[in-house]
Ligand binder design. Sequence first.
Ligand code: CTP
Length: 377
Amino acid sequence: MKTKLKIPPKAKRLLSELSKEADKRGTPLYLVGGAVRDFALGYSTRDLDFTVEGDPTPLVHFCAKLVNAKPVPFDSFGTWRLIGGKAWDIDFATTRKEEYPSPASLPVVSKPAPILEDLKRRDFTINAMALRLAGKGFPDLIDPFNGLKDLENKVIQILHPESFRDDPTRVFRAARYAGRLDFNCSEEILRLSYEALKAGYPQKLSRHRLSSEFLKILSEKDPNPILNQLRDWGYLDLIDPQLSALSWPDWKGLSAESRLGILAFSFRENAEKFLASLSLPRDISNAIVASLKIAREKSAPREELPKLSQEILKFLFPKISPSALLPLKISGKDLEALGINPGPAMGEWLKKISSLQWRGKIKSKSEAIRWLKKSIH
Ligand code: CTP
């Protein structure tokens, strides 16, 4: 079948270079997954996943030169990632077959496998298409599960009834694609996601996998319909039961990390516990925790706040004066110069100043000194 994909010219040039090289080497090379879906929808993407029936290493190095990136081995499955390229985020893997020994476990992998086996192990029909880039003519779409038809019908469908038993993160993914693309989930997805929950499969997922799905949802342009869907399905409780009681603000344009901070603020005294359960990178969780502290104390920070903390606070307090988020204008030394010795009294004066700065009543050091002189004497 000749493709109906609308591949943007820049991507076409890259695919065609790779295709020639793969042909020269006699290596069966495919573009798979999200990029094929997005090109079929007429969208552009910078994420390209390639798979090779065999060892991808020579093509990895060839491609790295083309896109000016560094090849880095990526996981225990022999995957490569090309890092540092400006235009593309590229992964290479060997085609593989997967078997799931028990519900929600990581798969047992055998490779290389024929491309059809590689497509069979995937989540949804719309993600189980491949574009053959070498051998038998380019470009040639392989669509064994009628993904193109499902794209036309705007429906998300799984490939087999055991899909959510094997990998319950797919329920989160189904909600994510349905929300992102404004598609419907099939009746089968609705039924089997419910049955999987009853059977306790998603409850077996590691905290790490759940947290990673949650962050992917928060990274979407509009996470709200996705969060609502997951709440209806009873899956949001798995991330945290307190989440289900929240409503989502209009937070378009914000980063996933800022959105997380905003949600954490609604968790009140449980916020830090919630954040810790998500095993975030330390700088992110520190910045969120710093913003929570400021939001609770309603005082200007003692030190420079990270950009992330500022973004969260600006959202939580939209009318805040810009100086409220800047480091406190006064230091202990300034207070000593005014005759206040280190000790509890100094702490009290600093607190007063930071509260005034938060409320926009003090915007500069000279204003702070003037206020102190007046108030101390
Ligand atoms: N995949 C899968 N099951 C999963 C995760 C991934 O079958 N639990 C497959 C899908 O074929 C998917 C591909 O691996 O298309 C790549 O995964 P990922 O990068 O997470 O998704 P993309 O389709 O690239 O989607 P996105 O646009 O969200 O990045």
